[in-house]
Design a protein around this ligand. Sequence first.
Ligand code: MG
Length: 444
Amino acid sequence: MNRRNLIKGAGLSIATGIFGMASKTEEAIASEYAKATKGLPRLRITNVKAILTAPQRIRLCVVKVETSEPGLYGLGCATFNQRPLPVAVAVDKYLNPFAKGRDADNIEDMWQNAYTSSYWRNGPVLNNALSGLDQALWDIKGKRANMPVYQLLGGKCRFAADCYTHCSGRDLKQLESSVRRAMKENFRHIRIQLGGYGSPHLSEKPHFKDAEFGLPSDSHMKPGPYVRATIKMFEHIRSTCGDEVELLHDIHERIPPIMAINLIKELEQYHPFFIEDPFAPEDNGYFKLLRQQTSTPIAMGELFNNPHEWVGLVSERLIDFIRVHISQIGGLTVARKLAALCEWFNVRSAWHGPGDVSPVGHAANAHLDLAIPNFGIQESVRFSQKTKDVFPGYPTMKDGYMYVNEAPGLGVDIDEKLAAKYPLPEHPGYWSPVRRSDGTAVRP
Ligand code: MG
């Protein structure tokens, strides 16, 4: 008899105990359970490994956790596009020996102990590795319960996750046609950017290039032209595409905080759905000043790693959307607690969901989106055909909504042989330097 049938037998005998003999004490029931399950092998973790793959040239890291039950494994997302190799080492050389032999059932216990197993903690590399292990354990628990993970989290609060999509253009005309295309695809929420982050196309050749400071490939960002162009962008899209579409914009932290405050005040008249990342995490103290100046909804947090970065912002009601990257904060176990914290302060979710989250991670986002009352919006993604082939069961999009399948667990698998055909690109993947005209480094 395999382990699942043995457990089933034990469950039946306990149920008989409860319903057949109503007078039985809790102690007697516990003792009967202990007798029925005595000698049963617990589900042990037998191996934890990182799988690196880049089917669409983005460096994805997925963690596979194997168990003592043949064929039963889980997958979790540990994608840190800018530093994938240290994450893989943290998984293979540290989390694997730590987790091996431990009970796969006790997710919370595993999270708490793995989190402190490095003593120093809350950094992006170790948080991503921890997320890979954590999400894989949720995947395993779903498979054992024969339920999708959203059911383990409490069941559905909505039929699917409403999403926003990205639209950008080198100029207003190009952006406008991109927005019109997205509206035809039934997206109701659209993020608009002109010339990427910080509109490098809008300004002249930077002086640092003439002076041969830095490398010719370093990019350039000038706050003044960006601010003026962003106000014109909102004005143009509102006047040409109407008031019904919800507009979002990502400042991406690149301008001085007081300029961000002035920009967001100006944008209030165009009623954005939210403005994202006005300040770098190092400037969290500016949120109070921002709140005193404008009621424009604010989303923040994709660079957060540490609870100290979000607890104050949420509990003082200084932001409206929490936008963390779930693998970056340590996985589903911590994200569902963050969602619960936000619920009591009416802060809604907007989990980070770009291309540098694996389909396993997007599924984790979407399962949580389905189960929390304070869901706000989900960032959508377009997987290439190659990515879809490597990750069968990936979340799907229809009419601006993201859907997960009903398979037990997170519902996403990996074709390891195919994944191995897409090694990481040779470029290590670091975030390219961005500079002011005189060469000063700009913090994203
Ligand atoms: Mg962003």
